[in-house]
Write a protein that binds this ligand. Structure first.
Ligand code: SAH
Ligand code: ZN
Ligand code: ZN
Ligand code: ZN
Ligand code: ZN
Length: 464
């Protein structure tokens, strides 16, 4: 195994990226959105069930949809719990008090005033992550701040704001320029003129700034993200404060309407949705929200879309392939490796290429997704799609089988291709790493594919 691949220690680091705590004693399963669910500051809570080992039925409870870390939001309620009127009132009060101090509308007004200021008076408080108007300077005097905020900086907020890297909640990993440019080129080459950017602030800003000059090839983007800091830089037609785990628009019906209008292809401009959710996120919750966005798109078109789906790029690690396909059978995984700026392990370093585990899942025909030949991708005429340079077409499987970019090998006993580092283990009756401990668990985990635990105890889903 050469350098820069995802072997042994890479796998541990990969888990670290996904933010698991390791399997707990009991399994946690998401049941999903429930009618009448109580709300926390992040909108309706999701219903989970916790099962302890050996127990048949677990106890059901509600928890925050957005925050996987109790430190970020500690909302918790047993499903069968009686909540008193006073506690309900206190909760509502708490939820109100935990909304941002400025509304989006107010932030838009502030921005208008901010751009009128001469450069010398344009300050950004790094501690409060906020553009400052001169009247507010006093309150932030002992905070670190930047001066002379240029128009270029205002147009690239993802470079001005610090990325919220807390793994379990925001997990803000920004695209490397190379990957961001690739995505935008791909989108425009495919003829899309509108992009619903769900949790992709850097793609959104690249679209806003790169395509605003050329009027006829203009692409428009609407950003949906839970990071409210972005409301300082975009109008209500460009950004909606949104929670993708429960399809919640913080701005209420008006914001939902903005989204619906955007999805309306009245002028015949083709739309694609691009999303790059936190990887530790609950796939079923995401899928349910994305289906609601797709339904919104479908409803807007009076003529109907001939039973088509809204085109979508879902950017996610390759080991979630089976989970994504479970919810979206029309999707397929592309070999393109998406690179990030602020992730030390997987960014495109100076010393050479680190392999990223992150891929594009799409419902567009794979043959349409042209991958850069300069980066080693090639077209497999049998599979009718672009594949990684190391991905060899297996005659027995009749497909290019590698998932991680390395050349995989076919195991006749398993009747499929496996990772190059694996060997067939006769006691497990399947292929595994040579130093694995033989266990009688059936197959790999349903979620991450790894052996040793079941889906309910998967570290990439555990919340506590
Ligand atoms: N690679 C992307 C950023 C992906 S990071 C880019 O460069 O544009 C994940 C993004 O999802 C972040 O912007 C984060 O703020 C957002 N996010 C995290 N949790 C979210 C939630 N519950 N609802 C909506 N957006 C969320
Ligand atoms: Zn401040
Ligand atoms: Zn092939
Ligand atoms: Zn094979
Ligand atoms: Zn085998």
């Amino acid at each position: 195994e050469g350098g820069g691949n995802m072997a042994a220690s890479g796998a541990a680091q990969l888990e670290d990226w996904c933010g698991p705590e390791g399997p707990g004693a009991g399994g946690l399963t998401l049941l999903g959105a429930a009618p009448g669910a109580p709300s926390c500051p992040h909108g309706p809570a999701l219903l989970f069930v916790k099962t302890n080992q050996g127990e048949e039925e677990g106890r059901r409870f509600y928890a925050c949809s957005a925050c996987r870390d109790r430190k970020d939001c500690n909302f918790f309620q047993w499903e069968d719990e009686k909540v008193s009127e006073t506690r309900l009132a206190a909760r509502e009060e708490y939820n109100r008090n935990h909304q941002p101090s400025f509304t989006h509308r107010h932030n838009v007004e502030r921005y208008k005033n901010f751009v009128l200021l001469p450069l010398s008076k344009r300050r950004f408080c790094q501690e409060c992550q906020q553009l400052l108007l001169p009247a507010e300077w006093e309150k932030h005097l002992d905070h670190r701040f930047l001066c002379g905020i240029s128009t270029a900086q205002l147009k690239n907020p993802s470079r001005l704001l610090y990325p919220l890297e807390n793994k379990k909640t925001n997990a803000q990993y920004l695209f490397a320029d190379r990957s961001c440019q690739f995505l935008l080129d791909l989108i425009t080459d495919l003829g899309f003129r509108r992009v619903l950017s769900v949790g992709t602030p850097r793609l959104h800003e690249m679209i806003q700034s790169k395509t605003s000059q050329e009027e006829n090839s203009r692409v428009r983007s609407l950003l949906l993200d839970i990071d409210f800091r972005y409301s300082q830089f975009y109008t209500e037609d460009e950004f909606c404060h949104y929670n993708m785990f429960n399809h919640y628009f913080f701005g209420g019906e008006a914001a939902r309407e903005t989204c619906r209008k955007f999805l309306c292809q009245d002028s015949g401009e083709k739309i694609i949705m691009v999303t790059d959710p936190p990887f530790g996120g609950l796939v079923e919750a995401l899928a349910s929200s994305f289906k609601k966005l797709m339904a919104m798109w479908k409803e807007t078109e009076k003529a109907g879309h001939n039973n088509q789906e809204m085109p979508m790029f879902w950017i996610f690690p390759y080991f979630f392939e089976s989970r994504i396909l479970e919810f979206f059978p029309s999707f397929s995984m592309m070999d393109y490796q998406v690179d990030y700026d602020n992730h030390a392990l997987y960014k495109h370093g100076k010393t050479g290429r680190r392999q990223s585990p992150v891929r594009i899942f799409t419902n567009l025909p794979p043959s349409m997704i042209v991958l850069p030949v300069e980066e080693g991708y090639r077209f497999c005429s049998v599979c009718q799609r672009y594949v990684s340079s190391g991905n060899q077409h297996c005659e027995i499987c009749d497909s290019c089988t590698s998932k991680d970019g390395r050349r995989w090998k076919h195991c006749v006993l398993c009747k499929k291709c496996v990772k190059p580092s694996w060997f067939h283990c006769n006691s497990c009756n399947c292929c595994a790493l040579p130093n694995h401990t033989c266990e009688k668990t059936d197959a790999g985990c349903f979620v991450c594919g790894k052996a040793g635990h079941k889906r309910s105890a998967c570290p990439s889903l555990s919340r506590t």
